[in-house]
Design a protein. Structure first.
Length: 146
């Protein structure tokens, strides 16, 4: 255990290192939300072509059920990169719990407001696609990782 403590203490970040890490974190937060938005739009367009307007609107609602809470959470983390301490692990955990709760609440709202007009296949496919939209980032990471 002493070796690990010594290794942790040996890591010293300069102010320039911290600024570089914060800038990269901001960039990756923005690109994550943008890529998830683009994936949601592409899925909605696919449902528009093959399922009609109702399926496309259901798809957009499914994407928004995850994208809205995730965007708010990402904005919160983005703002935290400008503070000296950043976001604490506790705030991060609470934010994740609230994000999942908000997404569940938005799905309930879709069911409650949309009723029989909701195409649940489109909602769930776009929800899952938006959740996994960060994979687009990993595919194209070379374009923006500098």
């Amino acid at each position: 255990m002493l070796k690990l403590d010594a290794a942790v203490q040996a890591i010293k970040l300069t102010d320039a290192d911290r600024l570089k890490i914060d800038a990269r974190a901001r960039r990756e937060l923005v690109f994550t939300v943008v890529s998830q938005s683009l994936v949601g739009l592409v899925v909605a367009l696919i449902f528009l072509v093959f399922g009609g307007v109702s399926a496309a609107l259901s798809s957009l609602a499914g994407s928004a059920a995850y994208l809205v809470p995730n965007g708010v959470f990402a904005l919160r983390l983005w703002v935290a990169t400008y503070r000296p301490g950043g976001a604490s692990p506790e705030v991060f955990l609470i934010g994740e719990i609230l994000k999942v709760g908000a997404a569940a609440g938005l799905l309930w709202l879709i069911a409650h407001v949309g009723g029989e007009q909701v195409n649940w296949v489109a909602v769930l496919v776009s929800l899952i696609a938006t959740l996994k939209g960060y994979i687009v980032l990993m595919m194209f990471k070379g374009f923006w990782a500098k």
